[in-house]
Design a protein around this ligand. Structure first.
Ligand code: NAI
Length: 279
């Protein structure tokens, strides 16, 4: 696809940029003219993606990063500052989803692990990116929440997502509060949250790799679940979410801050029983 340059000249940092929604964001922002720093804990996939996009003429670098490590955030921010001298767009996207049969089955270890990645990671991203953005008069912060951050999460194929929902709800209000904090000091930084519904990405099929082994990633039922619980009747694509992020990164959204953008096939609005298609 040809560039139309919606984010030309901007420098963007995307966490969790090696897979799924993050990888689509990296690709789309780069295609639209941004210089993109993709970070992820998964070095192999991240480096592969960056190499593939560079071969296609895009400006993408990959830095290995665990978003829960403040030491690494300090290094990553310094590296971005040194290489590019600015940061225009932060996409705090890295996240995991630990599902358990019931909340009473969730270990404290898994609860904390999920909060460390989904919430501490977002806090650290903001803490260490705002100074870079402020240096040159502003930017756009985009935090990846979820439909599960807009309303209570119903169980998924018999699994509880209550802990995940707690992290995503916190991200939603953190975004609004930082939006107000930035507006108050007039630093030119806009802050918004994005709320995907059921998006067909690897997150659904991942096996439990967390320390305790008790929790599991959400069961791999994205397509099936979306048919019955999404008004549009299907799962979304990672690029559907990336398009919303592109809008929030671009100057087209210059009057938008503190808002929540649901990209969910209508899921958060209500249930729809579709009529049978006529032949
Ligand atoms: P994914 O599993 O394909 O990608 C997540 C990426 O985050 C992976 O590359 C993973 O290596 C990385 N990551 C995990 N822990 C990390 C850490 N400690 N430090 C740095 N990177 C780490 O998942 P997907 O679906 O692309 O998810 C992206 C975001 O979208 C997540 O925040 C997720 O909660 C959110 N989301 C996804 C939905 C879906 O249906 N796929 C729905 C709603 C929200």
């Amino acid at each position: 696809m040809e560039r139309s340059g919606q984010v030309r000249g901007k420098v963007a940092l995307v966490t969790g940029g090696a897979s799924g929604i993050g990888a689509a964001i990296v690709e789309l922002l780069a295609q639209e003219g941004a210089t993109v720093v993709a970070t992820d804990i998964d070095e192999l996939r991240g480096a592969d993606l960056a190499a593939r996009l560079r071969n296609a003429g895009r400006e993408v670098i990959f830095l290995q990063q665990d978003v829960t490590s403040e030491e690494r955030w300090i290094e990553v921010a310094a590296e971005v500052g040194k290489r590019f001298g600015r940061l225009d767009t932060l996409v705090s996207n890295a996240g995991i989803c630990i599902a358990v049969p019931s909340i009473v089955d969730m270990t404290l270890q898994d609860w904390r692990r999920q909060i460390a990645i989904n919430l501490d990671g977002v806090f650290l991203s903001v803490k260490h990116s705002l100074p870079l953005m402020r240096r040159h008069g502003g930017g756009s912060v985009i935090m990846m929440s979820s439909v599960a951050g807009l309303r209570g999460a119903t169980s998924l194929a018999g699994y509880s997502l209550s802990g995940y929902s707690a992290t995503k709800g916190a991200v939603r209000l953190f975004a609004k509060s930082i939006a107000m904090e930035c507006a108050q000091v007039g630093d030119g930084i806009r802050v918004n949250s994005v709320h995907p519904g059921i998006i067909d990405t690897p997150i659904w099929g991942k096996n439990s790799t967390w320390a305790s082994g008790a929790g599991q990633n959400a069961p791999n039922v994205a397509g099936e679940r979306a048919k019955s619980s999404t008004p549009l009747g299907r799962a979304g694509h990672a690029f559907d979410v990336a398009q919303g992020v592109l809008y929030l990164a671009a100057d087209a959204s210059r009057y938008v801050t503190g808002t929540e953008l649901a990209i969910d096939g209508g899921m958060n609005t209500g249930g729809v029983v579709r009529r049978a298609q006529s032949q």
